[in-house]
Design a protein around this ligand. Structure first.
Ligand SMILES: Cc1ncc(COP(=O)(O)O)c(C=O)c1O
Length: 402
């Protein structure tokens, strides 16, 4: 039986009431709650705009599509990114008609470095976008990446799906580039079941994203006002009273709209965002302090008070002492749930085997972490007894191997 889950979702009275309020409102498709959530999320991250979509993957595809439209990026153009991420990041690049170019990550922080990006840019031509991922909540060095982007004339889009609230140089990640994407999937810090969002300060990108998520339709209003005799796009079509922007599409979009339920859940969670951040952060600190005697066997997470931790990532340093397979098996037997650290996408994920020979042995850190890294939970519902149980279990398992 699982005692320490990687993540948990608890439906409290506030969440239940928020869902019932949606039903009672008579509108379950996108409406007031969605716009309320979008405003609240933009305020929390520190951007002018936020657009809710039905998943983090949709947010990635929408963001890349918006960049393609606005900046005329051609199909097949390259996106410099990380090989160590949840596969959605890379799937979205391909589904958007673009080509991923992988640069290696830092072994300690799991994220891509400006030095590795620069090396790739000096070799590669045809790159348009840098897509860093703030994996597990660790912030990528955005200042250096933005400088590189300026120098090489590239755009930057952050994947902040796993970093709700992480602070980098005084600002939240997700506010540090052209646009950023988030996921509120159930395993993340702010949970809405399935939902994503894009944040941006650029009004034109915001307008484009509104269209992209709704089949490219020409509407401009959040809620339709035609029944009141008001239709701003129609005003621009004087003399064409037959024009109906709801069914007129000037770009090829998607249906990435959400339901009011997700937005309502997101809003209840957002009220607890600081608390969720602080508890997860202090759980990581506590575990790091108690497990530090295992430092020669395990690489524990880097700690900073500014990181909003998705989970507690561990990399096995001494693989002769214990393999990931054995350690995960022993932990799971004791009721501690574990998950692998995603794998190095081009070389360790079967779906990307067509890239294997191109990247084999070129991404040593991502390959090492992909083979020897895993994570356990550090979520807000863990008690002090749970944390002590984690510590005791690790010490017991690893002591037996000494
Ligand atoms: C880094 C990263 N990007 C994108 C996504 C995709 O989000 P979703 O599952 O909401 O589609 C995830 C999901 O876990 C993720 O971890």
């Amino acid at each position: 039986m699982i005692r320490i889950a990687v993540g948990e979702f608890k439906l409290g009275q506030k969440e239940k009431k928020a869902l019932i309020d949606v039903i009672d409102s008579g509108r379950i498709s996108e409406g007031k709650k969605t716009f309320e959530f979008e405003k609240a999320w933009a305020d929390y991250i520190g951007t002018k705009y936020s657009i809710a979509v039905n998943s983090g993957t949709s947010a990635l595809i929408s963001g890349l599509t918006a960049l393609k439209y606005k900046f005329g990026i051609k199909d097949g153009s390259k996106v410099i990114t990380t090989p160590l991420t949840f596969i959605a990041t890379i799937n979205a690049i391909l589904h958007s008609g673009l080509k991923p170019v992988f640069v290696d990550v830092d072994r300690d922080t799991l994220i891509i470095t400006p030095q590795n990006i620069k090396r790739a840019l000096d070799k590669e031509s045809g790159a348009s976008v840098i897509l860093p991922v703030h994996l597990m909540g660790y912030p990528v060095d955005m200042e250096a990446i933005n400088e590189l982007a300026k120098k090489y004339n590239l755009l930057v889009m952050e994947d902040a799906a796993q970093a709700h609230g992480t602070i980098y140089k005084g600002r939240r990640v997700g506010s540090l580039s052209e646009l950023a994407v988030f996921s509120f999937y159930i395993a993340h810090n702010i949970q809405a079941g399935e939902m994503g969002a894009i944040t941006t300060n650029d009004y034109n990108i915001f307008k484009l994203l509104k269209k992209i998520k709704a089949h490219g339709r020409m509407c401009e209003c959040n809620v339709c006002t035609r029944s009141l005799g008001i239709c701003p796009p129609l005003d621009n079509y004087q003399g064409k009273e037959d024009f109906d922007p709801r069914f007129c599409h000037d770009m090829i979009g998607f249906n990435f709209k959400i339901m009011e339920f997700q937005a309502a859940l997101g809003l209840t969670q957002l009220k607890k965002a600081d608390q969720i951040f602080e508890i997860r952060n202090s759980n990581v600190k506590y575990l790091n302090e108690r497990l530090s005697r295992l430092n020669n066997i395990l690489q524990l997470p880097r700690y900073s008070k500014n990181i909003s931790y998705l989970a507690y990532p561990i990399i096995i340093k001494d693989t002769k002492m214990i393999s990931r397979l054995m350690l995960r098996r022993d932990l799971e037997k004791e009721g501690i749930e574990t998950r692998p650290l995603f794998g190095c996408i081009p070389t360790q994920q079967p779906a990307y085997h067509f890239l294997k020979s191109q990247y084999k042995n070129k991404l040593p850190n991502a390959e090492y972490i992909g083979a020897n890294g895993f994570y356990i939970g550090c979520h807000q519902y863990l008690t002090k007894e749970d944390l002590d149980f984690i510590v005791d279990t690790f010490l017991r398992i690893l002591k037996k191997k000494e």
